[in-house]
Design a protein around this ligand. Structure first.
Ligand SMILES: [Zn+2]
Length: 402
């Protein structure tokens, strides 16, 4: 190939793909000199120099002069790094009780977060409240600094159309949420299910590097899972892959699920069910929540501890079933079930007991907890936009001059 004349310009799609490769490499490797970027990516040094100049111009990356770089003889090897100081992605998560909005930098650092209690569950009301808060965040940044919005809510979401086909807990049906948010905020919006956003955020920003497959199981007010293979979430023809509400736990509960059975995961293990149960036992007052139940357990209340432990074991048994079927490289557990990580060991034990074949690695390495703590839902929503941005930065920054 080297004897052929060089093409005058790379086709835009190849150039854009290379920009993505460079950005992805910087994101996963941290500050890297251009020569090393060329070596790692296999791109020609001249291409790296040219594309890096474009990324510098758009303030997506910056140079990080170091003492060491100055001491090197010859051409200084100044590392290039993702610029955390200027461009932002917004995140919006719509929960059952509140909406959380915020801003993150391009490397996934949280800049700001605000929680808005819903005044009503009607979609118009929730969208209006979210748009107002997002606009305030955008307006407080320099012009053009916020590139776009990642939005998520749990339950069914069709990421291709941006429509929420139904959300029984909110009482929504056929809500064109993505377009409503985009029209209100005036920025591109990427919408998907929180269940898929969470593992996406873990794989980009969880600090574990690339894993070939990740199962993310969320047990909070809602329950659900997602399987990420080579960094992409499995969607399914109904966008319903990972729907866990009616996964049988094989433990009968006193509560009957809406489907008629009495051992469904959502009806036996969600935060809502647990809090109701704790209130029924007089452990929690009407305004006290799951955090209070954890506090009680931590301060020695045996009943509170038993409730939480039993829930963790149910979740562990459900995870075991999924591990047996899917054989993921990593399982990340998030939501109220691992609040404070206290009950992670119970989940792990139930997984180890429940899987009837040898595990490829110790259960402590297989089953881990979320990296984002209380910010997980806003952060993972923003990560939906960052994922789209990293895949094609030129599509969002207006520096595509080819
Ligand atoms: Zn059910």
């Amino acid at each position: 190939m080297s004897s052929l004349p060089r093409l005058a310009a790379q086709p835009p799609d190849l150039r854009r793909r290379n920009l993505s490769v460079l950005l992805h490499t910087l994101q996963s490797n941290g500050p890297t000199p251009r020569a090393d970027l060329a070596r790692i990516t296999g791109l020609a040094p001249g291409t790296v120099t040219k594309l890096t100049a474009e990324l510098l111009g758009a303030r997506i990356v910056h140079e990080q002069p170091t003492d060491e770089a100055q001491r090197q003889p010859g051409r200084p090897r100044v590392p290039v790094a993702i610029d955390r100081g200027h461009l932002r992605a917004a995140g919006v998560h719509i929960g059952l009780l509140r909406t959380t909005v915020g801003l993150v930098d391009l490397a996934g650092g949280i800049v700001e977060e605000r929680r808005l209690t819903h005044r009503s569950r009607r979609p118009e009301s929730i969208v209006r409240q979210a748009v107002k808060a997002l606009r305030a965040l955008v307006d407080a940044q320099p012009d053009g600094a916020v590139l776009g919005v990642g939005a998520s809510l749990s339950g069914m979401v069709d990421p291709a159309t941006g429509v929420v086909p139904e959300h029984p807990a909110l009482g929504w049906g056929e809500v064109a949420l993505r377009d409503a948010l985009a029209a209100g905020v005036g920025l591109p919006v990427v919408l998907d299910s929180t269940m898929r956003a969470l593992p996406l955020a873990e794989s980009w920003f969880g600090g574990r590097g690339a894993v070939p497959s990740m199962l993310h199981v969320f047990v909070g007010n809602v329950v659900g899972a997602a399987l990420l293979v080579d960094g992409k979430p499995l969607l399914g023809p109904s966008a319903a892959a990972g729907y866990l509400d009616h996964l049988p736990t094989r433990v009968r509960t006193r509560r009957r699920c809406a489907c008629g059975r009495d051992d469904c995961l959502a009806a036996s293990a969600s935060d809502i069910v647990l809090v109701e149960e704790a209130r029924g036992k007089g452990l929690l007052g009407p305004d006290e929540d799951l955090e209070r139940l954890h506090e009680l357990a931590a301060s020695g209340d045996a009943t509170a501890d038993r409730l939480l432990r039993r829930r963790a074991e149910l979740v562990g048994a459900a995870v075991a079933l999924l591990v047996e079927v899917l054989d993921p490289h990593v399982v990340v557990v998030g939501g109220g079930v691992i609040l404070g990580s206290t009950y992670l060991e119970d989940i792990r034990r139930a997984v180890a007991d429940g899987v009837r074949r040898p595990l490829a690695q110790p259960v402590e390495e297989l089953v881990r907890t979320t990296s984002f703590g209380p910010h997980a839902v806003m952060f993972s929503s923003a990560a939906l936009f960052l994922d789209a941005f990293y895949r094609d930065p030129a599509a969002f920054t207006g520096f595509d001059r080819s």
